[in-house]
Design a protein around this ligand. Structure first.
Ligand SMILES: *[C@@H]1O[C@H](CO)[C@@H](O)[C@H](O)[C@H]1NC(C)=O
Length: 515
């Protein structure tokens, strides 16, 4: 018995047990890539042979089982395209979704053209135990990479999912229980909100299944050949989805067993701050406001009017300000403001003198703030940010403003309120207690589930039958029609019978009279 245990242990830890993993994380957005980085790093540390294609490679020399293919050149496309402007708040929802779709498809198209990428996708003799793909927005071309290999596929999202992702594994998408994040709807919905949520659920699917998916399929055929299965079938064949959501922000919803919620994936141990920043923060016992709009919304893209409003408000604060500003020069820089092009955000947020975090409301930034107990002022710009910020407000750990319309006074008042009113700090402590009270760390959970899929060769036993039902079957349209038919038939028979009885009794009467 002991001997068997020993053998099991030896087998388990021997290199023979390492799996071959391929990851395709194509979208140029650092905050999202941090999630995937943490996961592929951990997988390679656990002895797996990991190959990834990403615009943000780690390049850590001691990760010797990791092969990273750098497609970082696509960041240039991102800048030329100006993501923040194209998908700004003013845009219509569907148009904004389509803008993102068109751009990401272009990005992937170019990435798949690269020689190094082709050497992987064209190598038919290669085998992978699992393929991981980024699955956060609407860019179905990503599944193309799995179309040539007969490996189980896992989708990983760095944010809440869109409807088609839920559909892939048969997860319920009730328009009232969990309205789509793009709609920015909260709490109990009013009548017109319900209508808009239902319409969105229908329109989005028309757009995705009848336009986006067939278009992506065409491009996939260009790269992977005519013999690949339909891209929609590859997506539907997905073994598991890992989605980054948390109970503070996202709707609580029922999930099928192969829909796994993860969070705090990128949260790491504190590292010492660079000396200049450490000194700056140490020397401000009155408090510091930390300001960063993340990696997608560049400060320099903010219009000069809004920038002036921001600068004036900051200059009137009784606090020091640390601002992630990406150019060399900040016009009219106030004396209490220090700018840096890059800031180790998690470590700065961990400094006890940080009073407020002014953020665009990206999910990763929010998690970092909560884990460090820092309340927020939200200036949301794109995609899920408006929704996230509203949820933070509802939870009582932030004040949200519209960066396009706010005045200097509103901005200043919001900062002073969040910094000065103790209730924000208390609430953010509660939020942290909820968020961090979990049986295992985020990245451990993600890796456990990926290895689970490898162990069970796709883990098809977890698949919900709902994933394979058509819309008509799922909503029992045929059954409902049958009942409607029965009701009509019954009504018809009853009406006929009443008529017949009346007729007879009339006949009876006339006969009586005649007699
Ligand atoms: C579905 O996934 C299995 C592995 O889980 C794979 O062998 C098969 O080729 C896939 N089929 C399609 C159509 O992608």
């Amino acid at each position: 018995m002991r001997f068997r245990i020993l053998i099991t242990i030896v087998v388990f830890f021997s290199p023979g047990n390492s799996s071959r993993i391929l990851g395709f994380f194509p979208i140029p957005s650092l905050s999202h890539q941090r999630i995937f980085q943490s996961i592929w790093k951990e997988l390679s540390l656990r002895g797996h042979d990991v190959t990834v294609i990403s615009p943000n490679v780690l390049n850590e020399p001691d990760l010797n089982k990791l092969k990273e293919i750098d497609v970082g050149f696509v960041y240039k496309m991102m800048e030329e395209w100006n993501v923040a402007k194209k998908i700004s708040l003013e845009n219509h929802q569907m148009r904004s979704i389509m803008n993102i779709y068109t751009f990401f498809q272009e990005v992937m198209d170019i990435e798949l053209e690269q020689k190094e990428v082709k050497s992987i996708t064209n190598n038919k003799t290669e085998y992978y135990d699992v393929i991981l793909v980024q699955f956060s927005h609407i860019y179905p071309l990503v599944h193309g990479i799995a179309s040539k290999f007969e490996s189980p596929l896992i989708g990983i999202s760095s944010m809440d999912l869109y409807l088609h992702a839920h559909d892939a594994v048969g997860n319920p998408t009730h328009p009232l229980v969990a309205p789509d994040i793009m709609l920015n709807l909260h709490g109990k919905l009013g009548f017109f909100d319900k209508i808009s949520s239902v319409l969105h659920n229908i329109l989005y699917r028309i757009l995705y299944y009848w336009y986006a998916l067939p278009m992506a399929d065409k491009v996939a055929r260009k790269h992977f050949g005519e013999n690949i299965p339909y891209l929609g079938d590859v997506e539907k064949n997905m073994s598991l989805i890992l989605t980054t959501v948390n109970p503070i922000i996202h709707p609580i919803r029922p999930n099928v067993p192969n829909m796994i919620e993860i969070n705090q994936i990128h949260i790491r141990e504190k590292k010492p701050l660079p000396k200049d920043l450490q000194d700056y923060l140490d020397s401000a016992p009155e408090g510091v406001v930390y300001f960063s709009l993340g990696s997608n919304v560049k400060s320099a893209n903010i219009s000069s009017e809004i920038r002036n409003i921001i600068i004036e408000a900051l200059s009137e604060l009784p606090y020091k300000v640390l601002w992630k500003w990406e150019t060399d020069y900040l016009p009219n820089q106030p004396y209490n403001v220090l700018t840096r092009k890059w800031i180790p955000q998690q470590d700065v947020l961990g400094h006890p003198n940080i009073k407020v975090f002014i953020t665009q409301g990206g999910l990763q930034s929010i998690e970092e703030a909560i884990c460090n107990e820092v309340p927020m002022v939200g200036l949301p710009y794109i995609t899920d940010q408006p929704y996230n910020v509203r949820k933070l407000e509802e939870f009582g750990i932030a004040i949200g403003l519209n960066p396009g319309t706010m005045t200097k006074d509103q901005f200043k008042r919001a900062i002073l309120e969040v910094a000065g009113n103790k209730k924000y700090k208390e609430r953010v402590r509660e939020a942290k207690a909820i968020l961090t009270d979990q049986p295992m760390k985020g990245v451990e959970k993600a890796v456990w589930w990926i290895e689970y899929v490898i162990r069970h060769k796709g883990a098809k036993h977890l698949r919900s039958p709902a994933a394979d039902l058509s819309f008509f079957e799922y909503f029992l349209v045929d059954v409902a029609l049958f009942f409607v038919f029965c009701a009509l038939l019954l009504t018809y028979v009853v009406v006929k019978m009443i008529r017949w009885c009346r007729c007879r009794s009339k006949k009876g009467l006339t006969k009586e009279k005649a007699n």
